[in-house]
Design a protein around this ligand. Sequence first.
Ligand code: CP
Ligand code: NVA
Length: 301
Amino acid sequence: MKYLLKMLDLSTEEIIDILNLADQLKYELKHNIPHNLLKGKTLGMIFQKASTRTRVSFETGMYQLGGYPLFLSSHDLQIGRGEPVQDTARVLSRYLSGIMIRTFEQKEVEDLAEYGSIPIINGLTDFSHPCQVLADLMTIREIKGSFDGLKMCFIGDGNNMANSLIVGGLKVGMEVAAACPDGYHPAKEVMDFAADYDCFTLTDSPAEAAKNADILITDVWASMGQESEAEKRRAAFKGYQINDEIMAVANPDAMVLHCLPAHREEEITTKVFEAHANEIFEEAENRLHAQKAVMVKLMAD
Ligand code: CP
Ligand code: NVA
């Protein structure tokens, strides 16, 4: 494994390997067992969008691994003034041990990997959010014990989270149902991948997707960069909400995940969010452990 650009690139074995290492690193951290696996390494973190979890978990994770993280805002880098990503990749490859990037277009991340000579990690694009989904899979396995026989349901926008959850969920062997309104379906590449799985369904009915689900997941109606569409999207996504009615058709012990930030009373009610806050904040914590595992897999000697 040389890069983490999107879930589609990972094999089932690579996903499970990352989750196993993430569990081990979480255990070691809780038991104060040092794991300076990236001593002397540096990670550049390029952010073209806002972040709370991704920034702080990568920065802290790199520190805990004995390495050094550099926060690189696109407002300060020449990339923000138009320097091509191809040149940025070749320059930064001569200073750093790895790069994490959060940006808009998936192509920018792919270009960084093509032109750079160091590991590249996708910290969110409009197409994909692999770090989040690895943390989500880690949380599901931690709470449910295994992926065997589980049904995962996603309700909402067929955007970066849906694209990555569908691929990740199917790769680890879960049944996956997605409910997305017309015009907001997952990407074609993801639908083509899922077409080979009998256990995948796409519907416009949240209740149908949630029926007998073991895991319910949603995401914001308007993602970063789509703020000007917020009003139009509020109309399009009306009813695509995790609420008491949806919980009533899911399995009684169903868990709820949300990548955060959450917009209460839009994609999820306050009541459901607070009832499942332990799961949702464990998921947020697991960003730290899952990303540490990714960095070790990609950057350790
Ligand atoms: N879930 C997630 O990626 O959070 P941030 O946008 O705060 O990094
Ligand atoms: N779909 C959301 C996820 C945030 C972590 C966004 O792209 O803004």
